[in-house]
Each structure stands twice: as C-alpha cells, then as structure tokens.
Ligand binder design. Structure first.
Ligand code: TXA
Ligand code: MG
Length: 341
C-alpha cells in the first residue's frame, strides 16, 4: 500500500467521504496536527486505525464532529460542556464526557467516557460535513512517534500503511489539542496541555481547573493498570519521541556547536545570532525567528522530525524561556526527552 497525497478539492472530499463510509482510513489535516480518521461508529474501521498506528487498544480515540448537535449524539453534553464548546469550538479543545451507547468500545477502550472535539481546519470540517459522520482520529503517526504537522510527515511515517492523505498545508497550532476531563463538572481537569490554557477554561467555567501531571508509562506501573484504558495516555512520560536521543542543555554557546562534531545536532529556541551557526545547515535548527511562542509551537514537531532524520547521535535542546507561553512546548519536549518505554 502506498499513500497518495491529495489536494482537498470538492471531488476529493466527496471521494474521501465515500472511503470513510465504506470503513476506510483517511489522513486529514486539523489545526493542531494531522489525524488518521475513520467512521467513529464503525468498530471495524476504528480497529484499522489501531493496526495502522501500532497503537495499543488501551489508548482511546478522540471523536471529531461538525456541530454541537453532532457532539450531543455521541456524548452527554452538560451545560459546562456547552459553555466550553461555545467559547472554544471549533478549535483545539477536546472534552472528555460521559459517552452515549452508540459509541463502540474500541473507540473508548471500554471506558464509559468519550473524548470529543469540533476541529477548526476547513478541510476537516468539509469532510465532516460532506460525510455526515463522526470521525474518530488520533494523530496520524506511528504510536509514540512525533505527531505530523504536514501531509509529507504523514506520508513519510505512515505512507506504507494507509492509502489516502488529504493535504491541508502545514498545521497552524502545531501541537495537539488541550484535553479537559469534564466528567465531574465541579472539578474539571486538564489531562493534556495545549494551546487553550487551564486559566482560559477556568474563566469560562467559573471554577478552578486542575492540571494533571504526567505519569509514567503504564508498562512501568504494573500489570493491573496495563489491562485497563489509560486516563489520558497523551500523558505518557515518553511520547512524541524522536529515535535520536534528546538532551536538555542550559544554554548553547557558539564555540560548543562549532567544535562538537558533525554527529551532534542543536535545537535553539530562537534563531541564533551568530551567522556561523546558521551556516552549519541541517544540524542547527530553531523554533522561531524572534522568540514568538506561537510560532515555536507551530514549528516544534517539524523541527524535531527534521533533526531526527539527520542520523545524529544526539539532539541538544536549549532550555526554554521561563514563560507560561512555552508550557506546552516544554510538556512535549519533556516527553520526547524521556528515556525508556
Ligand atoms: O489535536 C488533537 O487532539 C489531535 C487531532 C487529530 O484532533 N488528536 C490527537 O489524538 O492528538 P491522539 O489519539 O494522538 O491523542 C488523544 C488523547 C490520547 O492520549 C487518549 O488517550 C486521550 O486523548 N483520550 C481519548 N479518549 C479519552 C477518554 N475517554 N478519557 C481520557 N483520555 C482520552
Ligand atoms: Mg497522538
């Protein structure tokens, strides 16, 4: 099987909607990262997602829908969920809610909750509207690897396991959605940080929002846990990981880079001022031109992939500014740097 990248013409969207209705898989752009979509109410189709990604069945999927009405068909939309939906949907927010019976167990890993999101990307919205289906879609990467933010990323790492990739350009946000557990509306909890912050959510709900700390991989927490669905496996200590070893360093001096040898790569937060570094080409990369955290998040996975493919022995990552705007980037890089699975 070799995937084809397709422009999102109206004809292509109609054809991809038909593929999904038949139980096939389509990689689709979202504003966060690319997703690998299947008909969410078709258990067999959703099983194909797990197979293509090499994803453990204990890691539940997010169900993407076009409207609040479509969300209410798969989950109990509490007043709190509606308030957050009105404030942030369509957009990079996922709500964990009590699921409706109609959602197959394979999607939720047997949990009685379901993760729901209304995405903002035009191509994803078109596909949801034209197909009329709720679409289960995890990030379109092999399990545990860096999430894809372009169609080429999907082709590169899943291209031999799927057939269809819709091209929607580079993802605007660049990191996965914020996941909020709203099962107990009095105690909302951020399970995975994202562009929408706990403070923004608290401002809408009028109650404090806790942020769950990452926990170690279930493989390390004993047999009991391994057999049940993870609460938010996006929290796995090691995730979003390049094959190359990643190491945090406090600051990167020019002389170090110039003398480190060709097998060490460097990831700066901001473009280094020293022109000798930029001239080194592939093994020096940066997250933003001038320190804009939004740009840095957008570029993060793309830069990591680029460096990972250079065959380096190690990637040294410059410490991030002590600024809440970098919290999501820190979360993803910390997981990417975690050793051992
Ligand atoms: O931005 C995103 O959220 C992207 C785009 C494609 O929408 N999707 C994404 O999916 O990141 P994925 O599967 O890579 O991450 C979804 C996370 C997983 O960590 C999963 O465990 C968690 O959501 N999740 C899904 N259902 C859940 C549930 N019922 N309770 C708690 N966590 C859940
Ligand atoms: Mg993922």
């Amino acid at each position: 099987m070799t995937a084809r990248i397709q422009a999102p013409t109206p004809t292509a969207i109609r054809r991809m909607a038909a593929v999904l209705k038949r139980g096939g898989l389509v990689a689709v752009p979202s504003e966060t990262v690319y997703g690998l979509a299947a008909h969410a109410l078709d258990a067999k189709a959703c099983q194909r997602i797990f197979k293509a990604k090499g994803r453990p069945p204990t890691d539940p999927l997010i169900v993407h829908v076009h409207s609040l009405a479509a969300a209410a068909a798969v989950a109990d939309l509490t007043p709190e969920a509606r308030a957050l939906g009105r404030a942030f949907w369509p957009g990079p927010l996922t709500l964990v809610l009590k699921k409706k019976e109609i959602v197959p167990d394979v999607v939720t890993s047997g949990l009685d909750s379901v993760a729901v999101r209304i995405p903002r990307h035009r191509v994803f919205r078109d596909l949801l509207r034209v197909s009329g289906l709720p679409l289960a879609a995890p990030s379109a990467n092999p399990f545990g690897y860096i999430s894809p933010t372009t169609a080429e990323h999907v082709l590169h790492s899943l291209g031999d396991r799927i057939e269809h990739i819709l091209d929607g350009g580079a993802c605007d946000v660049g990191v996965e959605s914020t996941i909020v557990d709203l099962r107990n509306p009095a105690k909302p909890c951020v399970l995975r940080p994202g562009k929408i912050t706990a403070d923004e959510i608290a401002a809408v709900l009028g109650v404090p929002v806790t942020v769950r700390r990452g926990r170690s991989h279930p493989g390390k927490t004993g047999k009991k846990r391994r057999s049940t669905a993870q609460r938010a496996p996006g929290q796995l200590e090691r995730h979003y990981s390049p094959a190359t070893r990643l190491r945090w360093v406090k600051a990167i001096a020019s002389e170090e880079v110039l003398t480190s040898g060709r097998r060490v790569a460097y990831l700066f937060v901001v473009r280094p001022a020293d022109p000798r570094l930029a001239a080194l080409g592939g093994r020096v990369a940066w997250l933003s031109e001038s320190g804009d955290a939004t740009e840095a998040a957008r570029m993060l996975f793309s830069r990591l992939r680029g460096l990972d493919q250079g065959g380096y022995r190690e990637i040294r990552v410059e410490r991030l500014p002590d600024d809440p705007a970098y919290a999501v980037i820190a979360d993803r890089l910390n997981r990417a740097a975690a050793r051992g699975r």
